[in-house]
Design a protein around this ligand. Sequence first.
Ligand code: PGA
Length: 248
Amino acid sequence: MAKPLLAGNWKMHGTAQSAATLAGQIADCAAEAPDIILLPSFVCIPAVIAELAARTNISVGAQNLCQHAQGAYTGEVCAQMLADLGCSHVLVGHSERRALFAENNQLVAEKFAAAQSTGLTPILCVGETLTERQKGLRLQVVKEQITAVVDLVGLQNVCRAVIAYEPVWAIGTGETATPEQAQEVHAYIRAQLGEQGIPTPLLYGGSVKADNAAALFAQPDIDGGLVGGASLEAEQFLNIAQQMVEQK
Ligand code: PGA
């Protein structure tokens, strides 16, 4: 059983000031919480890290990174820059990056490798679209997304990361996978990874809210959550954290 983990993906919301305030509100009440990772937009990261200085169970990460280590890549942010700021984690392959910014499995694998080679822990996001689910392809899609990364960095390195199963049809839609649907895919991912020593945290994401969190976290292969909309409000996010503590 991996250690319970709750990540808040703030997407493109907030300003440095509002992000720091939200981080402070979460930190003030997070004593009983599981390990928490906050993922603000790039430009809010320094303010959030400053706000959280000396608070223990909250880490900060980014939502994306460039696959290259440095160079003439206007507008991009590399892993070393994130590590320098004090980030410990970074999302790779979020479905919005895949769908809206044309990130394919190969590019996601390269970003994963870039993160890990700089000491950041990647949170690899995988998940099928509604059409893929309707065609019965959910497990195959997830397998291919993970295999692309395994082929580049090796299974052991994938197992050192965090994996988030986020069915695309459940992200930001208010429609959540049932606990059984989520558990099925989590168990499948667990089997794909095999026994590699330290268990890889498997997070579920996709419209996790205070009212569905307990049933999801009660599933044996769901180790935590990746929360978007409901992470933008401290009370709701902490409520989800509390339910995780009770279930795990
Ligand atoms: P949501 O987003 O909780 O708003 O569905 C989850 C995510 O995109 O990580």
